[in-house]
Design a protein around this ligand. Sequence first.
Ligand code: SF4
Ligand code: FES
Length: 253
Amino acid sequence: MIHITIDGREYDAEANQSVLEVLKANGIRIPTLCYHPALKPSGSCKLCAVEVPGRASGRKIAMLSCILKVKDGMEIRTTGELVERARTRAFKNLLQMAPQAETIVALAKSFGIAVGSPPDGCIRCRLCIRVCKEIVGPGALKMEQRNGQNFVVPIENLCIGCGTCANICPTRVIKVEDLENVRTISIRDQVIGRHPLERCEGCGRLFATPKFLEHIHRRTVAHADVKTHHRYCPTCAKLFSDRIKSVSDRSRR
Ligand code: SF4
Ligand code: FES
């Protein structure tokens, strides 16, 4: 355990934590858009700047708290001129890429940052690309240069229709539309994947795509704790597992 100071107050921290993790654990507000606890930090959005003494000179500098690791005795400030300047610059850069992203404008406003008026709502944080590859697996999205600018684009036929990219996108620029029994996932005017939807074996609700269900089956079939495979929606799956648990609890008594 080490001790650090944030905005004049002392806090305990674990030696391997990032400054951002300590801030979040202690309820200290800091703007972030490219950070997700399940993924390695990428330092893309540059919003999470804090003020710390520079290693060599001791002069105050702004550093990205998602990448910066805590050190014993570290003095951190989350406000002040340096932080404000770094945040304003980061918000303006993001809004140059995503002028229509209302979430960014609102976030800037909530931190008292004045940004000018805000091409496609995407801030190039790569969360969608990273989560699809690192957590779900198919790797159905990539960054592609068009007219000198990077754009998130689909890789043909790899999408399995889970919608995780849309759920994680901080600017909500990826859309999932379930119409009748067809799910369409798209970004801007480009379709990432279009899939039929299957019904839950319990309640009959249309809930998931065949490719997603096959993917889950393949990933879990060899797991020692998985005894049977079913096609229940999350609500029915919870209901049935609660029932099985209460029956087994009763029989144990
Ligand atoms: S589409 Fe959304 S999640 Fe993907 S890079 Fe753009 S803003 Fe980030
Ligand atoms: S959270 Fe985006 S750079 Fe740190």
